[in-house]
Design a protein around this ligand. Sequence first.
Ligand SMILES: Nc1ncnc2c1ncn2[C@@H]1O[C@H](COP(=O)(O)OP(=O)(O)O)[C@@H](O)[C@H]1O
Ligand SMILES: Cc1ncc(COP(=O)(O)O)c(N)n1
Length: 269
Amino acid sequence: MIYKSLTIAGSDSGGGAGIQADLKTFQELEVYGMSVITAVTAQNTLGVQAVYPMTVEAVEEQLHSIAADLQPDSVKTGMLYSAEIIEKVAEFVEKNAWIKLIVDPVMIAKGGASLLQDDAIHAVKTKLMPLAYVITPNIPEAEVLTDMKIETTDDRMLAAKKLYAMGAANVVIKGGHSNDQDVVLDLLYDGEQFFEYKSPRKRTNNTHGTGCTFAAVLTAEIAKGRTLDDAVRMAKKFITAAIDEHLEIGSGHGPTNHWAFRMAGLSIR
Ligand SMILES: Nc1ncnc2c1ncn2[C@@H]1O[C@H](COP(=O)(O)OP(=O)(O)O)[C@@H](O)[C@H]1O
Ligand SMILES: Cc1ncc(COP(=O)(O)O)c(N)n1
């Protein structure tokens, strides 16, 4: 059986995040990767130097090519940039019943550059979230989407409930940006229960692309039919190994190591 996953996201010329991180991750997990590019960024470990959004027609043509010939087993969205692109993506997701939809609501790059226009946030909430099997915001993204401040784990639980009420079938709020100095907690809410995934916090600047990579693991594992709990467990192991063995490349926020999980011979349990 060949599982196929589609990523709909921006290109990171530096290779650490976006489409590049997603395709590397799919490959590591033996899932055939496909891509629809929404924007081209001129980017390296120092930051984002420029953003060139694709036209809605260019996004539509790519989506059409996939839908006409290569039905994906799961679909991930990353940087979508504008309300128009979000609306087009939502239309295709609905029309083609791409029900295993993983929405990583990318808004701001680590260096501060905006990857989503301000007026597109409404479209994320109203068009995309109701279609999501799982949404994977980091803490600042969850704050924007819920209009609340998140400081404690209780705040995060409340935010997860709010995101669930907005239509996402499952919510993972990642903990990379929390103020806990020792532990990084990723929190899953499935509408009934909370599940916690913890790892030691690594003191490193080399976390470029962690969010993309985490959500890409979920996408690949969900394509294979894994439960969400198994998929999040796998994502946590994969990203922890990728951060532990980060690559000393560039002079800014370096990328994670997508082959570390495989090289360490790690498995899901
Ligand atoms: N310093 C760190 N040490 C260990 N794991 C981390 C660290 N920073 C982030 N992670 C993990 O990387 C993933 C992405 O987290 P986060 O930084 O919150 O998202 P984003 O990259 O979207 O901002 C999560 O699974 C989180 O637990
Ligand atoms: C094209 C693109 N997409 C997404 C991100 C976010 O990266 P991160 O995973 O570090 O939040 C990025 N920097 N560039």
